[in-house]
Ligand binder design. Sequence first.
Ligand code: C2O
Ligand code: CU
Ligand code: CU
Length: 495
Amino acid sequence: MNRRDALRSITLTAGVAGMGGLLPALSSCAHESHAPQSAPVLLLEPSFDRALPILPNAPPILTLAAASATTSIRKGALSPSMSYGGNIYGPTIDVAMNDAVAIRLVNNLTVDTNIHWHGLAVPADMDGHPSRVAAPGSSIPYSFTVHQRACHAWYHSHVHGDTGRQVTMGLAGSVLVRDAAEAALGLPSGADEVVLMIQDKRLDMAGHQTYTPSASDIMNGHLGNHCTVNGMVGPVLATSRGWKRLRIVNASTARVFNLGMSDGIPMVVIGSDGGLLDAPQATRDVLLSPGERLDVLIDLSSLPAGGNAFLETRPFGGSATQGTNGVRVLRFDATAELGPSFTVPAALVPQPLIGEEQAVRVRTFDIANIHDGGHDGHAGHGSTGHTINGIGYRMERSDIMVEANSVERWTFDNSKGTEVHPMHVHGAFMRILRRTGGRGTLAVHEGGIKDTVLCMPGERVEVLVAIERHRGMYLLHCHQIEHSDDGMMLNMEVR
Ligand code: C2O
Ligand code: CU
Ligand code: CU
């Protein structure tokens, strides 16, 4: 047994005995030191015993009522949750390029909430900036037109200081934007196209999800001990033997997944945050950080009827607290039915050509969080322990001024950092140029249009940022949501 297997069997034992072995280690550092504590939180291997919940589709004209709910995350247990109408999460909003969206958020919670359209370029007053929230009992009408190519965007609460909790409890959902270029490719559709919201959750012994980040969680991330898909631990999807298109969003606050298929099942990445790549990329596994989306094709046609295969998250290096173990996430059970025949197209959709020479301004963002007087374990949310360029978030202050329709070249510098920072920008899209340090290379899905980019400890990531046409106040922040709730967020004013 190697060290990894040994760790895994220890965790599994701890799991059987209850979570007693793991959680105390996480909550112990509040008044000890400012250094990030490096206790990994291992994921538990689930038993696969229930059908995967399919998130319902909805047209872009609807009411989303944010409310408390209950959902069975683990078999045999009911957990408190929050949702936009169902048991957890919201419907998948189906929208075609140039469609009008009119969504009324009704706040039936006892706390403020709002919605950010992550990956949609919308006017600033529709973007879910944390300065615009609905108080309990009130509502916000969001209306805008979608003028962008087919992609997988998502939506979630963005209340400053409470985003991590609200997203974890379930205030999130997907948006699928369609266009003619995508339709022409004849990609797997209908039951063969599945939205998978993957989120780790910390479940207590009663199977209730909890979200009370300790000081060390605010540094290392509030890592869960269970991996859920569409709100369920250990789901099973019974499906025909053929190609599937998985539309994956990492809805975790902090956990990075290294997603791959079991048994050598072919996996082909076709898209990322902002839509399809220019060409498919066959791969073994992909690191997907919080906020990122992955559009991937898998081929289940070699499975025998009654056979199965797993989507799994594999161990990975580069972080002291993440990637320590791997678990299986979702089981595909092959039915007797054969899926439609399909050949992966050789080319997908050409990428917009933005070149480095177009950049009108160069900026570097220090995201390493090496500074004194930062983490105060007792301040909790509202402290500005996490910063960008040493600056903690202030709702009313404009931090970065950019021109509408311009291109800038930015560097996210985590070269001296020890924490994982997926950096996300609103009102703009990124093209990733290069990564130095750490992995030292770009991942397969990073050739596409991005709005969130993973900066692992030791990495410097250079990107081109294409600012969209709408003017007003947007955001640049870390999508490790404990970090952004803690202040790792700046206002970006588009002028
Ligand atoms: Cu998905 Cu500003 O966030
Ligand atoms: Cu966003
Ligand atoms: Cu961060």
